[in-house]
Each structure stands twice: as C-alpha cells, then as structure tokens.
Design a protein around this ligand. Structure first.
Ligand SMILES: [Zn+2]
Length: 371
C-alpha cells in the first residue's frame, strides 16, 4: 500500500509526528504511522540531510540495542510576530517550537505615518539581520492589531482602539519585505497560550488589557465564528443598563474590566496599582480590586457555563493575577452551581508578548501542515 503513497507525504507525516511528539524512535514512528521501517529510515535520512530533523541521543534501554531518538530542529525555520497597540510596538522572532529567540518592545504611540513605519521597519530588519544571514529561514510576519480583521487577513473591518485606514495593508507593504498578514490581538494571544499550554481540547482565553477581548479554541484552533467576531467577550452585557462602554452600549464587560478601571487610580500605571495592592495597606485600592474581580468573576463563570473548559486570564491584568488567583477562584466558584473546584481558571503564561507570538504562529502552523 505504501508504494502508492507520495514520498513527500511520508516525509511530511514523519515531520508532523516528530513535531507533535517532541522525540521519537524509528520503531515508534513506524508503528504509529503504519509505514515499514526501511521507508521510515530512508525518509529520516532525507529529513536529516535537509536540516529539518536531528539525532537527539538514545533512549534508555533495559537491554539490546538502544533506539536512536529523533527530533525536529526548532530553528530550521523562524516566524516573526509584530504586536501593535495604542502605545507600544513589540516584535518577536520565534522558532518552530515557539521559543522567543529575539524580541524588541518599544514605547511608541501608533500613528499611521512614515515616521512610525520607518521605526518598525528598522527594528524588524535589525532582528532579522541579527538572527538570519539571509531571509530564507523566515516563514512570514504576523501582525497583531487591536481590531477585527477580515477573512482575507488583509483588511480591517472594525477598529476603535487605534485608527486604521482602509488601505492599511498597502501602507504596511511598503515597509515589510516578507509575506505578512493581519490578526486580531486577543485571538493571537489566546492562540499563543493554547499552544504553549499544549491544550489539545477546548480552552477560553480572556484578554484583560486597556480593552477586553478573547478567544475560544479547540485543539489549538481558534473558533472564529460566522463573522470573525467569536470571542469578543468584552461586549457581553454583564450589568443591564450599566456603565457606558466605548462601543456606545451600556453594561458591557469592557466597561467594568478594562485595565483602566484599575489604573485610573495610579495615573495609568498598572504595575504601581499592583505594587500598592500587594502592600495590603491601602483600603481604597483593595476595594477597587474587589469590585473589579466581582465583575470579572461573573464573566469567567459565564465562560465556564458556555464552554465547560479551562479559562485563561491574560492581557496586562492577567499577567499580575498569579498572586490573587486562589481568592479569585473562590469568588468565581460561588457563582457556579456544579463545581467546588476553581482550578479551571488559569493565569497566562506570557506576560507581554502573547499577541506577537500568536500572530507568528499562523506561519508556523502553515509550515507544519504543508510540510
Ligand atoms: Zn461594549
């Protein structure tokens, strides 16, 4: 049967198998894929000569010949992620296993002008030249934006956090000389967390920054919804006729759980808010945080009721939640009629670079799938 299989398909299957299983032996690959040992050996040799896999030592053995372990070479390809927010520009270079190889984060307000794009181009090119003698290893550049992105990943269908013009893709193309596409910031961040956490089933990601967004993923794939607006958790109504949201409606989660709810008390500085909170002797700040987490608990419980999966707290606020997670889980579980264990609520892995990493993942995934 296997004679009929395309040779490159076998190499692709082996490469994907090694990518998913981290390390494996010839025998294991042969058994799992149902392909004969000689064919596996030939393909492994070709993959090794092409620089995509390597010998990673030997498995421990209780007797007989030890089996050689093979693994993918993480830096055989790279992808770049750029995260553009209202006041920051982040660029990351990641390898196939999502390790951040190089990164740069600048405080620079976004303006759709040549000055801004020239800075971006300069930083991008210096990261590329530092890590790649030529660009042949670069798969592409994913750009994360605080906007809703069209299905073609080249158009912006809704943007209020930063103003973006209709021909923004063309504007970028004058400054980026590699394949590039746009991605929603919160979806990207969620994707990065689901890959890093190795979630093979469902997981919801709640991004808590100056605006609220999120993503729902199953087996590391985003559920985009019918209009690419799946996971817009920020505009779930949690208080009827409540506070006004930037979208113009009332009572949205965003109006209660934007990071600004906290930083309004510390001159826009989130670190300072959490520094003061940690001292435990500022009643005002403690009350603000109590109110904030009351509303957040409603949102998190709603996500649990909808999806019955882990919920990751991410974004700028999520990055500080590790110290308060036990109390927060108790708060959320009080709203839950089915469970007494709040361990389904997780804190994000990445503190600042999730959206940039997630935007780059698109190119990694395409490479693995099409290998
Ligand atoms: Zn809203």
């Amino acid at each position: 049967m296997e004679e009929y299989l395309n040779k490159s398909k076998i190499s692709g299957d082996i490469f994907r198998f090694l990518y998913l299983n981290k390390q494996s032996s010839r025998q294991e690959i042969s058994q799992s894929l149902g392909i004969s040992l000689p064919t596996i050996t030939r393909s492994l040799n070709t993959l090794q000569k092409s620089g995509f896999i390597e010998n990673a030592g030997e498995f421990q053995s209780t007797g007989g010949r030890r089996a050689v372990r093979y693994q993918c070479i993480p830096d055989s390809r790279y992808a770049i992620g750029i995260d553009i927010t209202k006041n920051h520009l982040s660029i990351v270079l990641i390898d196939l296993t999502l390790n951040i190889i190089d990164n740069k984060r600048l405080r620079i307000p976004f303006h759709e002008n040549s000055e801004y794009f020239s800075v971006m181009k300069q930083e991008l090119e210096s990261i590329i030249s530092r890590n790649m003698p030529d660009c042949s290893k670069l798969l592409g550049v994913g750009i994360s934006l605080p906007a809703i992105i069209g299905e073609d990943r080249k158009t912006v269908t809704y943007a209020t956090v930063i103003p973006l013009s209709l021909n923004i893709y063309n504007f970028f193309s004058d400054y980026i000389h590699a394949p590039f596409l746009f991605f929603n910031d919160a979806s990207s961040a969620g994707l990065a967390e689901s890959w890093k956490g190795d979630y093979t089933d469902a997981v919801a990601y709640l991004s808590l920054s100056s605006s609220i967004g999120g993503a729902y993923m199953n087996n590391k794939m985003i559920y985009a919804g019918a209009n690419n607006r799946g996971g817009e958790f920020g505009h779930m109504t949690i208080v009827p006729h409540g506070k006004r949201c930037y979208c113009g409606r009332y009572g949205c989660l965003d109006a209660y759980c934007t990071a600004n709810t906290l930083t309004d008390f510390t001159d826009g500085n989130l670190k300072e808010f959490f520094d003061i909170l940690k001292t435990g002797n500022n009643k005002g700040i403690q009350n603000v945080f109590e109110d904030y987490t009351d509303y957040l608990a409603i949102a998190v419980n709603n996500l649990r009721m909808c999806f019955d999966c882990d919920v990751i707290l991410g974004g700028n606020v999520g990055a500080y939640m590790a110290d308060y997670i036990d109390d927060f889980r108790k708060k959320a579980i009080q709203l839950n009629p089915f469970e007494k264990d709040g361990s389904y609520i997780r804190v994000c892995h990445y503190r600042t670079e999730a959206a940039a990493v997630g935007a780059a993942i698109y190119y990694i995934e395409q490479f693995i799938q099409n290998f």
